[in-house]
Structures are given as C-alpha cells and as structure tokens.
Design a protein around this ligand. Structure first.
Ligand SMILES: *[C@@H]1O[C@H](CO)[C@@H](O)[C@H](O)[C@H]1NC(C)=O
Ligand SMILES: *[C@@H]1O[C@H](CO)[C@@H](O)[C@H](O)[C@H]1NC(C)=O
Ligand SMILES: [Zn+2]
Length: 238
C-alpha cells in the first residue's frame, strides 16, 4: 500500500481506499457465499477412516472453495455473477457404494465412494482433489439444457483437472482419441488445443447456458469442429 504523495491528497486517497476496501469486502463476501458441506456417512468403515486420516473434512471444505474459484475465474471466466449457475451450496457425501468413484447428482450433490477411497493406491489426498475438480465442474457447468454432447460435458470436467495440474497418471496425451466428443481426457486434450487457437476457449461454457450448437466451435475459433479435429490430429502426427 502506498502513502499519499502529498498531504492535500490524503482525504481523497483515503476516500478511494475506503471505497476500494468496501467493494473488495463485498466482492469476497460474494465469492464465499456458497456453503460447502461435507457429510461423512461411513466414518466407521475402512474407506471412511482413510478419508478421515488422509483427507479430512477441513481440507475438503478448503479445497472446495479453491476449486470453485478456479472454475469460475480461471476457466469459465464468469466474473459477472449473473453468468454463473445459481448454486448456494455444494454437498459432498462420503458413502459406501460400488460401480463408480464418484457421482454428481441433483443440482449440487457429489457422492464419493468410500470403497473407492479404501482401495486407492497412492496419494489419496491428491487423487481426491483431482476427483473433486471433475465433479465440481459438473455442479457449475452449463450443458445447453441437456443438448450438449455428454462427451463434451465430461471433456470440460476433465479439462478442469488438466488446467489445475491434477491430471492423473494415464491421462490422454495430446492427439489421442478418435472423435472430438469422445469424452473425458480425450476431449479435454482437444479443448486444450482449441484454447491454443482461441485463448479462454472453454469459457464457451457461457454459450451453453440455454442450448448447444456445434457451430459454437466455429464462432470461437473461425473453424468448424471437424476441421479443428483433423488439424489437431495432423498436428500431433496421428
Ligand atoms: C466422521 O465421522 C466420525 C463419527 O461419525 C468421526 O469420528 C470422524 O471424526 C469424522 N471424520 C471427519 C473427517 O470429520
Ligand atoms: C447419493 O447418496 C444419497 C444418500 O446420501 C442418495 O440418496 C442418493 O440417491 C445418491 N445418489 C446417487 C446418484 O447415487
Ligand atoms: Zn463426469
């Protein structure tokens, strides 16, 4: 913070400073207005105990706030709250279920499998953080009122992981995959390529609020998606 350069400027500077502080506290208040809830329903199972020992509720709530900000500001560029999906809380449940690592349901709920947590080999806290980047993206992303291809929706969720530096081992390398909407890490790598052509490309999310058209790719990059995909494959020699 800089001192006023001359005494006569002090009152004005103080006023500006006061105004800035007022605005920034409103701003931060707005950002933290979302409640992050973590419900540990399997505390006494091996997975629940592992969750408590290696991850814990305080870390989970902290990382949920960081992930939320990353999604809004770094990738979706939704600086204006009216662009954002109206969500006032996000709930993470640690539960015993089989068949998936985690699932996002309803408007704002994420179930994480304690069976998956129990069996994971490696840095569980890191893996759990990576998983939350993906699942929380589902909470905050638009899907064109259900008209966006599921592969794109999953690709955006994995793109978030990639941009955050949480791509797990085995994540697709650039150029991999058969179709732009193949999903997950394959589509994430393609979105990364599109971002190289048109910076901030994945803020395309904003256009997906009420509908989805494949021409959004052309509107943002100047090229139809099929051409982009061909050029992407060619660039990586595939
Ligand atoms: C989960 O719940 C159990 C009992 O319900 C509690 O002992 C444990 O501390 C909880 N874990 C965390 C991370 O809060
Ligand atoms: C997630 O867990 C809750 C129980 O806490 C359950 O009611 C809900 O159906 C589960 N959702 C899915 C999609 O399995
Ligand atoms: Zn998903």
């Amino acid at each position: 913070m800089h001192a006023p350069s001359s005494p006569t400027m002090a009152p004005k500077s103080s006023f500006i400073l006061y105004t800035l502080l007022t605005f920034s506290s409103l701003f931060f208040h707005a950002i933290s207005a979302i409640d992050y809830n973590v419900i540990n329903e399997t505390a006494n199972t091996p997975g629940g105990i592992r969750f408590t020992n290696e991850i814990g509720i305080p870390y989970t709530k902290q990382i949920m706030g960081e992930i939320n900000n990353f999604i809004w500001f770094n990738v979706f560029q939704q600086n204006d709250p009216s662009d954002r999906k109206p969500v006032d809380s996000v709930n993470v449940y640690i539960l015993e279920f089989d068949g998936a690592e985690a699932i996002t349901w309803g408007n704002n709920n994420i179930n994480v499998s304690s069976i998956y947590l129990k069996g994971y080999e490696g840095d569980l806290k890191w893996e759990f953080t990576s998983l939350l980047y993906h699942e929380m993206t589902h909470v905050f992303q638009w899907n064109g009122e259900g008209h966006a291809p599921i592969g794109l929706v999953e690709g955006v969720a994995d793109y978030m992981i990639l941009k955050a530096g949480y791509a797990p081992p085995g994540f697709a390398v650039p150029g991999q995959g058969d179709r732009w909407d193949q999903g997950y890490d394959f589509t994430a790598r393609f979105l990364e390529y599109c971002d190289g052509i048109s910076a901030g490309f994945v803020a395309l999310n904003k256009k997906m609020r009420f509908d989805f058209y494949v021409k959004y790719f052309e509107e943002l990059t100047g090229k139809p998606v099929d051409q982009l995909w061909r050029e992407y494959k060619a660039e990586y020699g595939q």
